[in-house]
Ligand binder design. Structure first.
Ligand code: UD1
Ligand code: CA
Length: 458
């Protein structure tokens, strides 16, 4: 049977105290709503409808931009009259003979597995609830069962009697209902309750009255059903998420100096025995080979690091490929388009960009390498600069195998340094340098013995 997902995302989020709509607040650098959408995509929803309201235009623009591949239907709920009303405005999207899973845009960490299990254990013709038992059920709708343990109603906290408030099984808000039932029931909801809202939860009473069984699936992971209403909850969920991701990585073989001081904002794949020191941040798609060492305070974005590579403290690597047994940093800045082969060394205060560096070459100190192709076994001395930009265009520097670039050299591109060439320290080289020869461009050293230091005038 076809599955619709309806995501309720119209709420104002007043308690966030933010100009950014609540469902766009970031968790692991991704909007809350994006987390729910990615999970919806994984469970193979045939149709995804987002009920939006506050900050609607902004929400639509950001989300459509982030998920261009998803066929999303956007339904505006101009007035927030309750969860039942929110699903009611989405009814035109819910075809007969389908079923509908209701998710919340501010409950970001619901997992694919929990939803699959919920979908699998709910009767296609009926109605299912995802519930959870909480030590402190305050604020949630309580699940009311009869003497046969059948669910007969959900009572909101504000409408609950003292004895109903004692119930610790609560409604997570996530429901799965045959769409035909929603079409029949939602138009008949009333707002005659303490909040004057149309409660989606009232459909449970309707099912019970018609003898349609309501199946409750009890979730076990609290984090998955936790909602975000303010920035404190957002930060707690962020930490739980990060802790959870660190645990997944440890099960895959990673070692953390401190798993609570680690941030992942995307996808990280690790080989065996990678060591990740404190405050490492991984963003986008990052792959670490086996036995990599990531030092403290490294920031690695959309990059791949080869086996046995060492990335030392405070190194930033973006959109780059680092070969095996590389030794990078501390304080290196590897900018987009850097590709290094095996055993390359890049040391402190070196910046590289759009450059290919072949096996075993060393760029150890205070250097800028941009738009360059560096051969094998090259030694680039301290303070070397590839002058790749003439103020209008970029040009390439090509350095042959085993070349030696003396310290404080400027290589004015376009330029070619031959294999085995040596460039004397302090040279500004603007025409090609011959292979296996010494090229020096600085003025000859003079010694003037008659020279006197100036003295102060009286
Ligand atoms: C709801 C449930 C409660 C459950 C709790 C779980 C109802 C009546 N109550 O209560 O049983 O324990 O969630 O967190 O369903 N929304 C709209 N349009 C509206 C109203 C709400 O889109 O008109 C969206 C909100 O943005 C939010 C979600 O629906 O994402 C839940 O709304 P909220 O008002 O927070 O419901 P609760 O009172 O917490
Ligand atoms: Ca809520």
């Amino acid at each position: 049977m076809d599955l619709n997902v309806v995501i309720l995302a119209a709420g104002k989020g007043t308690r966030m105290k933010s100009k950014l709509p609540k469902v766009l607040q970031p968790l692991a650098k991704k909007p809350l709503l994006s987390h729910v959408l990615e999970t919806s995509e994984h469970i193979d929803a045939d149709n995804i409808t987002i009920v939006y309201g506050h900050g609607g235009q902004e929400v639509r623009e950001v989300i459509d931009g982030l998920h261009p591949e998803l066929p999303l239907s956007w339904i505006e709920q101009t007035e927030q009259l309750g969860t039942g009303h929110a699903v009611k405005v989405a009814l035109p999207e819910l075809k007969a003979g389908t079923r509908t899973l209701i998710l919340y845009g501010d409950v970001p960490l619901i997992s694919e597995q929990t939803l699959q299990n919920f979908i699998g254990s709910t009767d296609e013709q009926g109605c299912g609830l995802l519930t959870i038992r909480l030590e402190n059920p305050q604020g949630y709708g309580r699940i009311i069962r009869d003497t046969n343990d059948q669910v007969t109603a959900i009572v909101e906290e504000k409408d609950a009697s003292e004895s109903q408030k004692q119930v610790n099984e609560v409604n997570t808000g996530i429901m799965l209902v045959n769409s035909d039932l929603l079409h029949r029931w939602l138009p008949t909801l009333s707002d005659n309750n303490s909040q004057g809202e149309y409660y989606l939860t009232d459909i449970v009473k309707m099912a019970s009255a018609e003898g349609i069984s309501v199946q409750a699936t009890v979730a076990t992971n609290r984090m998955e059903v936790e909602g975000v209403n303010d920035k404190i909850q957002l930060s707690k969920l962020e930490r739980l998420y990060q802790q959870n991701r660190a645990e997944i990585l440890m099960r895959e073989g990673a070692i953390f100096a401190d798993a609570s001081r680690f941030d992942i904002r995307g996808e990280l794949t690790v080989g065996a025995d990678c060591f990740i020191d404190v405050n490492a941040v991984f963003e986008g798609k990052v792959t670490l080979g086996d036995n990599c060492m990531i030092g403290p305070n490294c920031y690695i974005i959309n990059s791949s690091i080869g086996d046995n590579a060492v990335i030392r403290a405070n190194t930033v690597i973006e959109d780059s490929l680092i070969g095996s047994e590389a030794d990078i940093g501390p304080f290196a800045r590897i900018r987009p388009g850097t590709i290094t082969e095996a055993k390359v060394k890049i040391g402190n205060f070196v910046e590289t960009k759009k450059s290919y560096i072949n096996e075993g070459s060393k760029i150890n100190h205070l250097t800028y390498i941009g738009d360059a192709e560096i051969g094998k076994g090259v030694n680039v001395g301290a303070g070397t600069i590839t002058c790749n930009y003439d103020g209008a265009n970029k040009h390439k520097t090509i350095i042959g195998d085993k070349a030696f670039i003396g310290s404080n050299t400027s290589l004015v591109a376009p330029i070619n340094i031959g294999e085995g060439a040596t460039i004397g320290a302090g040279s500004t080289v603007s025409t090609n340098a011959k292979a296996n020869a010494l090229t020096v461009t600085r003025a000859k050293q003079l010694t003037i013995t008659s020279w006197q230091r100036p003295t102060k005038k009286k």
